[in-house]
Design a binder for this molecule. Structure first.
Ligand code: NAD
Length: 374
């Protein structure tokens, strides 16, 4: 789950445990933890062609620029319902007409040898349909988070990819980020003892009244959009699956949030006894994680930003390289496809989040604690 070479990992852990046993660094952040390096995904001989489906904010501002920084991928095609956008992207990104599709002729992508990976960047309610259509066209799929509207859709997406012998990955970019990988290691390997409490908040101020992100039928809501980052943090730090949830909703702008809450707080309980106290919001800018362990703590602030993830622990300040998360994600996905390796973030990981999202929604509706059994 991380990029440290085994010997670096072990020596890091030895240093960490040694200083803990000596009681060093208990109260001071005066020194920086050693930067143990970060290995990029391997380089392939031939780049894979990626087609972006849905040319909105994330495709335009993050994925297309990241595709210029990738080593193993390039922007080979686009799928859009807006002819003017198609022309603009063709010019800007040197995309041939034959690699340009709309939502009606999308299935013809099957015959296009330039396109290896279809990247679904559509409203959440459209993820299942386009993932399944891409899989049936014989293309590997990256699908943005959250994976889909419910567990059934997630399962159909996984099945379609398996049936058509293509790989599926969900766009949880933080799992490719080195500082995040370090907190995953600290948590999952209990380097500072068992996890007691994960607090995490992810949100921004959404002002659009008519955007799909505030419409229930499109899979809009702060929980689906940003809450999955808080949930992911609690899951990847503990390495456990929640057994129960409680949740509360708040709304200070009912004129915008007529269908979904503006802010949601939720509490999740893990089998070990660890607790997650989590927040998500379309009403405020929040972006931090703090974990309390048996013997200390670690934190990231910001924890889910595109750049500049900063963190520290009881031992000192983390110093990992700043990477392009989306480029690294796509490069690693391409390597996994080429070498037929399991994905770091497979469809099953997206499904696990949706199971908890559904339980949180039930807890909001009923006002009761919901046990998770699946
Ligand atoms: P957006 O609204 O900016 O873009 C969505 C695109 O889908 C638009 O180009 C729109 O024209 C197109 N579209 C096609 N059919 C549509 C329809 N019926 N209704 C509405 N739009 C339609 O949204 P976005 O912020 O780019 O989000 C797209 C996906 O990417 C979402 O799943 C979101 O969660 C995800 N996302 C992920 C990250 C990340 O950091 N991983 C960041 C932002 C968004």
């Amino acid at each position: 789950m991380n990029y440290l070479k085994p010997e670096q990992k072990n020596s890091s852990r030895r240093k960490f445990v040694k200083s803990l046993s000596l009681g060093i660094g208990a109260s001071s952040l005066a020194f920086t933890l050693p930067n143990l390096g970060f290995s990029k995904p391997g380089k392939l001989d031939k780049k894979m062609g990626v087609a972006l489906v849905g040319l909105g904010y994330y495709s335009t501002d993050l994925l297309a620029p990241a595709l210029k920084e990738t080593e193993n991928c390039y922007l080979a095609g686009i799928v859009t319902g807006t002819p003017e956008k198609a022309v603009k992207w063709q010019k800007e990104h040197n995309i041939p007409k034959k690699n340009t599709y709309n939502y009606d002729n999308f299935d013809e992508i099957k015959n296009n040898k330039d396109i290896d990976i279809v990247y679904i960047v559509l409203p959440n309610s459209m993820h299942a349909e386009y993932t399944i259509r891409a899989a049936k066209a014989g293309k590997h799929v990256i699908c943005e988070k959250p994976m889909a509207m419910d567990e059934e859709e997630c399962k159909q997406m996984i099945k379609a990819c398996n049936d058509n012998n293509v790989k599926l990955s969900i766009g949880y970019r933080m799992q490719f980020e080195p500082t995040t990988q370090e907190v995953m290691r600290l948590g999952q390997e209990k380097v500072l003892g068992a996890i007691k409490l994960v607090t995490a908040s992810a949100g921004y101020r959404e002002g659009r009244t008519d955007h799909w992100k505030v419409k229930k039928a499109y899979g809009g809501s702060p929980l689906m959009d940003m809450g999955v980052y808080s949930l992911q943090a609690a899951r990847y730090i503990t390495g456990e699956e929640p057994i129960s949830v409680t949740a509360q909703a708040y709304n200070t702008r009912p004129e915008i949030f007529t269908e979904v809450p503006e802010t949601i707080t939720f509490q999740i309980q893990f089998p070990s006894g660890a607790v997650g106290n989590l927040t998500t919001s379309f009403g405020m800018s929040v972006n931090s994680m703090h974990t309390t362990t048996e013997k200390g703590w670690f934190k990231l602030d910001p924890f889910s930003a595109y750049k500049g993830i900063k963190g520290s622990s009881k031992e000192g300040v983390f110093d990992f390289p700043v990477i392009n998360q989306q480029a690294t994600q796509m490069d690693e996905v391409a390597v996994c496809i080429s070498e037929n390796k399991p994905m770091r973030v497979p469809g099953e990981e997206g499904l696990k989040d949706i199971i908890v999202v559904k339980a949180i929604e039930e807890a909001l509706e009923t006002g009761k604690k919901v046990e998770i059994t699946s």
